[in-house]
Design a protein around this ligand. Structure first.
Ligand code: ZN
Length: 342
């Protein structure tokens, strides 16, 4: 059960116009699973202003929104009967229907509720739990009808900074015959790790190691544990590990409720830093014999400074090198504090 946390510090030295020495550190960190690097770079302290979509919500609510109650049942499409007996899947206030513009062979859109704009602090345990339960039902139904469907994920783009094109909160449940690049790379590395470590899953080792070290440990609700990534994919990178779930069939309603509670502490941590938007990806096996734990990553999406500069530049887009202005251990401490308030 070995997890290696390796990093390399690079120092850039130069002088200001008066001749005073300036030293700037870039910390290159290696992902303990994949070996891929991330850079913790100097934080210029540029202002992060959280977007407020209250006005935009007034312009896009109701008749103008396909997901609002006025339109939902006649504007959104329906699934074949084998996938959803009544054409759509309902779970509490959540509803699942087909994505008109699919990313994959199977792509359900889950809306959380009839509420058009929900601020981070307004997401309740019940809203989040029902949306993920609905996504789970959809994925299980798809698997029951399509033996070629192999790769599943639940994805959340929250607000436009993250790529979300509709304000009305929704998540995407995706099942494909082909893995994404990320799914290929991570599943190969997870398999390699368990083969080298007597069948122990990487995320199981990570959970014990991080909980023991404490530096990046955040907390746990029921069977769902949270920690911060050592080599983050963005300015924050929160990891949730489902400690008892290996496939979509293992996740209970209680697990989703526990996941939702933890997520509320993560949302408070985003808010505390001036972040409002995020991407979340939860990859889940469809094979009941799967041995690897279900896990998710959440990163914030921001714009920088007065020009609303994108948080993705050539480094992330073409050099494939994630950058972070924030130090993982500092962010984890903020999140840990919010977890204690749950
Ligand atoms: Zn709406």
């Amino acid at each position: 059960m070995v997890i290696k946390f390796q990093k390399n510090e690079e120092w850039f030295t130069f002088y200001d116009s008066k001749g005073t020495l300036i030293e700037r550190k870039t910390e290159v960190r290696f992902d303990p699973l994949t070996g891929e690097t991330s850079r913790i770079v100097f934080d210029s302290g540029a202002a992060i202003v959280p977007p407020d979509y209250t006005e935009a919500a007034k312009q896009t609510i109701g008749v103008k929104c396909p997901f609002c109650p006025e339109n939902l049942l006649h504007m959104t499409p329906v699934f074949p009967k084998e996938v959803a007996k009544d054409g759509r899947i309902f779970q509490g206030k959540a509803v699942v229907f087909p994505n008109l513009f699919p990313y994959s062979k199977h792509n359900g859109v889950v809306i959380f509720s009839d509420q058009h704009y929900i601020k981070l602090e307004q997401f309740t345990t019940e809203l989040i739990m029902d949306a993920f339960l609905a996504a789970q039902t959809y994925i299980q139904n798809v698997k029951g009808t399509d033996p070629k469907a192999k790769y599943a994920s639940i994805n959340w783009n929250y607000l436009p900074y993250s790529g979300g094109s509709v304000l009305h909160p929704h998540i995407q449940a995706i099942v494909s015959e082909s893995p994404t690049n990320y799914q290929t790379r991570s599943s190969n590395k997870l398999l390699e790790y368990s083969q080298d470590n007597d069948g122990i899953d990487f995320h199981y080792s990570l959970y014990h190691t991080e909980k023991n070290l404490g530096e990046r440990w955040i907390g746990e609700c029921g069977q769902v544990a949270w920690m911060h990534a050592f080599a983050p994919k963005s300015h924050n990178d929160f990891i949730a590990v489902f400690l008892q779930s290996h496939s979509i069939y293992d996740i209970s309603e209680q697990d989703w409720a526990d996941f939702a509670r933890g997520l509320q502490a993560i949302f408070a941590t985003l808010t505390e830093q001036g972040f409002a938007s995020f991407n979340l990806a939860l990859n889940v096996a469809l094979d009941q014999e799967a041995r690897q734990l279900v896990y998710a990553h959440l990163i914030p999406r921001i714009t920088i400074g007065k020009l609303n500069t994108s948080d993705i530049n050539v480094f992330q887009a073409l050099q494939n090198e994630p950058l972070s202005f924030k130090t993982p251990e500092v962010v984890a401490a903020i999140a840990r504090n919010n977890f204690q308030k749950l």
